[in-house]
Design a protein around this ligand. Structure first.
Ligand code: ATP
Ligand code: MG
Length: 268
């Protein structure tokens, strides 16, 4: 565990040096300026969002569990100087994209922070559909290119941006593990200076796509589906994650029976 912490600290320090090198000191974070304000606008269909269980854009009793999650997450990120959070699960369909987006919209209700959602479940991109966005964005295609192209990232409202893709990618593990991809993400972070980057990843136990990218994140959240994900799957996924990053906790999703006071499980 100590080795991982040291490796993560080194990786973050290297990234900070890159940010300083492009003239974007940490203090530039949160400012709504420059590249961030230049991002093209993304139009979303709020009716589609609601029907896809993305509800945290408004403060309602339904969003309360995501608000608690966001507060715990922000505290952990700030305490550690982290920005990058992977959201993954043991198997497909546990609710990674739903949790990622609700967490993002909940965070976006805090006006003084900027949030970037990056869709890296490249074999099965779903965010264009879930968000009711117009097809056309191709962040995955951009990653294959020579340099970051911010026209592939769109902003909704003042402080929430999406790097999403309309098209699927056949075998993304090589792309996700490439040092060029790591550089590209560093450069995008340096230009946009988000306070939080949420990476919607593929499931851990199905292929090596998520594993290929985990060196690039500061921490990870695991989403498990109540009555679907087994204890063994949670344990295997947790072990795989812990080899590569800091595991913040397990989000128990799809609970049919909720303690009125408990909401979803959330990381401490
Ligand atoms: N809390 C929930 N209660 C009921 N259904 C849910 C819940 N969360 C997500 N779902 C539904 O489960 C399905 C899978 O959700 P989602 O796409 O977020 O999962 P995923 O883990 O991202 O899937 P994939 O691995 O295919 O990317 C969707 O139909 C979604 O609406
Ligand atoms: Mg998904």
């Amino acid at each position: 565990m100590e080795r991982i912490q040291t490796a993560l600290a080194k990786a973050r320090a290297a990234r900070e040096r890159k940010l300083e090198a492009v003239g974007q000191p940490s203090s530039a974070k949160s400012a709504l300026s420059g590249h961030w304000l230049d991002l093209a606008k993304l139009s979303l269909d709020m009716g589609v969002l609601d029907s896809n269980r993305i509800i945290a854009h408004n403060s309602t009793p339904g969003s309360a569990s995501f608000d608690v999650m966001r507060t715990n997450l922000l505290r952990t990120l700030r305490l550690n100087g982290w920005t990058r959070v992977a959201v993954t699960s043991p198997t497909a369909g546990c609710g990674k994209s739903t949790v990622t987006l609700n967490l993002a919209f909940s965070l976006a209700r805090l006006a003084d922070i900027k949030i970037l959602v990056v869709e890296l479940d490249l074999r099965h991109p779903s965010m264009v559909r879930i968000l009711g966005a117009r097809p056309g964005q191709n962040f995955a295609g951009m990653l294959k290119g020579a340099r970051p192209d911010l026209s592939q990232i769109r902003r909704w409202g003042k402080n929430l941006a999406f790097a999403i893709s309309s098209n699927a990618f056949e075998s993304p593990a090589e792309l996700l593990s490439a040092s060029r991809t790591a550089d590209m993400i560093d450069e995008i972070e340096a230009m946009l200076r988000p306070d939080v980057i949420l990476f919607d990843m593929s499931p851990m136990l199905v292929n090596d796509d998520a594993i290929a990218f985990l060196d690039q994140v500061d921490c990870a959240l695991m989403v498990a589906a109540a009555e679907e994900t087994t204890a063994t799957e949670v344990e295997r996924c947790g072990k795989e994650l812990a080899k590569r990053t800091q595991v913040l906790g397990v989000v128990l999703n799809k609970c049919r029976y909720l303690d009125r006071n408990a909401g979803r499980a959330y990381p401490e």
